[in-house]
Design a protein around this ligand. Structure first.
Ligand code: ADP
Ligand code: MG
Ligand code: ZN
Length: 605
């Protein structure tokens, strides 16, 4: 491509010169006649001259008939000297217009050449832009197979180290080893140890997988190539594989280094499981990754770190020894880790003295690291919007809810009737939760719309909880259905406000039977093999591993759980109707009830 361009430039220059010469000859031959000084003197004496224009060493003569001439004079000799030397009668000069112009030789040439040159220039510019755009397309097409991996050099500007990652202790321990491999490979090679090639980070979204991988690179001070699995998969077949090849070629050149493949499940799905066209492409890409990882020579120090939140769909070949044989699981942070993560992200934010990050952490069970970072950011934004200089507890708590449920939608104005229905609905949830034995305490009730919800009731566990009993689940289903039951009891009919409650209750009941083995009639087994099939986008497909008859039983069992829950909820609501009325009255007045206000009405749980 470059050569072609060079040729083009040479070609253009030659053309330019030829054109110039051509125009020079043209000029002198046809339009302007060159004459001697004597001729000019004769013409002046014969009164044939109308204008004389003096350009430096040249005189341009315009004759009365309109013809033009050029006369050269000696350098340094002025026109008046010439007149004197040739004894010209001044009277004869009186009718001649004499003009002195600055030495405009170049300008003059340009003026004569330009008309000839202009078309060529235009064509040249045109061709240049054509070439450029063609070239652009070409280079784009050429670079298609190149990996889009972003490289972060050794001197990363805001280098991330393990200090920036809170919690995940075990993961950090494991990865410290990887850092040592990268820093002092010799130590391990001398002992005949095989350096691990692949480390797989497993964990739900936002648990800090990407963060950890970057921290490893930062700790080891090695280059870090980062690419996302979905970038491998493009429209065109074969691109993924060639990108992998290119990525590893670049990585090997800068060894020791880290190649980070984010979201590897996009390419590393079990082969042969998919339907549709994209599946061949993934297979090729995955194969190429495996080939590259197998092909590392022992002295090449490239460690591949991959991250995924779907380990269940990964191809077993990826997990074989010599590939991603180190697996590190990242879990959602527990209370202590949540405090630590909050502390890290609160560092650059001015917090009020009475802020207790512990209290925030207590309210955020189930939040991931990313959620917590987001929470602090929302709190800072909220504080700024309130024109305050320091973040206080109230902003932090409000942000917890915002992250949990989406932003408040004060603009969604409910009519009085809708407000009343929502109040009864939420009071139903709250009362049933409060008077059930194994549910979490009610933390807040609100009839201000937030995210998708028209109103909401928040329950929060006193402690992080990782195991659940069947009783807890059945009570939970009752609480979920309590809004529906309250509407039915009070108004005699239900609204669309319960849709998502019903869906959640049904899903929970199904899980209880098919996943947790908690149904007495169907026994301790699971039903259905969940497998992800890709066909025109994402779709979870459940492989049925049970008969039609069992399916019927499952359906019946779900309905019976739901019926029991409705019965349970109705019992509590009927019994505590007076409390519901009080809560509704308070809600309609204040829209929001905090835990303490709620407990004043119903008593402490
Ligand atoms: P993942 O890749 O697992 O989806 P990320 O690594 O992208 O999650 O995490 C997103 C953000 O969440 C990080 O940039 C960081 O701000 C925050 N974060 C997550 N986990 C932690 C942690 N353990 N310590 C500090 N910050 C964390
Ligand atoms: Mg990530
Ligand atoms: Zn509800």
């Amino acid at each position: 491509m470059k050569n072609l361009f060079k040729n083009f430039v040479i070609f253009f220059t030659v053309f330019f010169v030829v054109a110039m010469l051509f125009s020079v000859f043209n000029n002198t031959k046809q339009s302007v006649k060159k004459v001697g000084l004597e001729t000019l003197i004769n013409q002046i004496n014969n009164q044939e001259v109308s204008d004389i224009i003096i350009y430096g060493n040249e005189l341009k003569i315009i004759l009365k008939q309109g013809a033009e001439e050029v006369v050269k004079k000696e350098v340094g000799e002025t026109f008046s000297e010439i007149i004197k030397n040739f004894n010209i009668d001044p009277a004869k000069l009186a009718n001649i217009k004499i003009e002195v112009k600055e030495n405009e030789g170049t300008k003059y040439w340009l003026a004569t050449i330009l008309p000839f040159l202009l078309p060529f220039l235009l064509i040249g510019v045109f061709i240049y832009f054509m070439m450029r755009s063609v070239q652009g397309v070409n280079t784009r097409a050429m670079s298609f197979g190149q990996s889009q991996a972003k490289e972060f050099g050794k001197e990363m500007k805001n280098k991330i180290t393990f200090k920036d990652v809170a919690g995940v202790k075990e993961a950090k321990e494991e990865l410290k080893e990887v850092v040592e491999f990268l820093k002092q490979p010799q130590k391990f090679i001398e002992l005949g140890a095989r350096i691990p090639r692949g480390v797989l980070l497993l964990g739900s979204p936002g648990t800090g997988k990407t963060l950890l991988a970057r921290a490893v690179a930062g700790e080891a001070s090695v280059p870090f190539f980062s690419i996302s699995g979905s970038e491998f998969v493009e429209m065109f077949v074969g691109v993924g594989a060639s990108r992998v090849r290119d990525l590893f070629r670049r990585a090997k050149k800068s060894s020791p280094c880290i190649v980070f493949v984010d979201e590897i499940d996009a390419v590393g799905r079990r082969r042969g499981a998919g339907l549709g066209g994209s599946h061949d492409e993934r297979e090729q890409t995955l194969n190429q990754i495996l080939v590259e990882m197998d092909g590392f020579e022992p002295n090449i120090n490239v460690i591949v770190i991959a991250a995924t939140n779907r380990p269940d769909v990964l191809d077993p070949a990826l997990l074989r020894p010599g590939r991603f044989d180190r697996r590190i699981i990242l879990e959602d942070p527990d209370l202590i880790d949540r405090i630590a993560i909050l502390q890290i992200h609160a560092k650059k934010k001015p917090l009020a003295k009475d802020v207790s990050l512990r209290k925030v952490a207590e309210r955020t069970f189930g939040f991931s690291g990313a959620d917590l970072a987001n929470l602090l950011n929302e709190a800072a934004i909220l504080t700024a919007r309130r024109n305050k200089k320091i973040i206080e507890m109230s902003e932090l708590f409000e942000s917890v809810e915002k992250v949990m449920l989406g932003p408040e939608r004060k603009s969604k104005i409910l009519s009085d009737k809708e407000k009343k229905i929502t109040a009864y609905h939420e009071a139903g949830h709250a009362i049933v939760a409060h008077f059930s034995l194994h549910t979490d305490p009610v933390h807040k009730i609100s009839i201000i719309a937030r995210g998708q919800a028209g109103g909401y009731t928040i329950k929060l566990p006193n402690k992080d909880k990782y195991m659940h009993t069947k009783t807890e689940f059945t009570e939970e289903i009752a609480v979920l259905l309590a809004g529906y039951v309250a509407e039915q009891e009070v108004f005699g009919e239900v609204t669309t406000g319960s849709t998502s409650d019903l869906r959640r209750a049904t899903n929970l009941a199904r899980k209880l039977i098919t996943d947790y083995g908690m149904s007495e009639t169907l026994g301790p087994r699971t039903f259905g093999e969940k497998e992800e099939m890709i066909f025109l986008g994402r779709e979870i497909h459940e492989q049925r591993d049970y008969s039609e008859k069992i399916a019927e039983q499952i359906d019946k069992e779900i309905s019976s759980y739901i019926d029991k829950a409705v019965y349970q909820a109705r019992g509590i609501i009927k019994l505590r109707r007076d409390k519901i009325e009080k809560v509704v009255k308070a809600l309609l007045k204040k829209e929001v009830l905090e835990k303490e206000e709620f407990e004043i009405i119903v008593g402490v749980k």
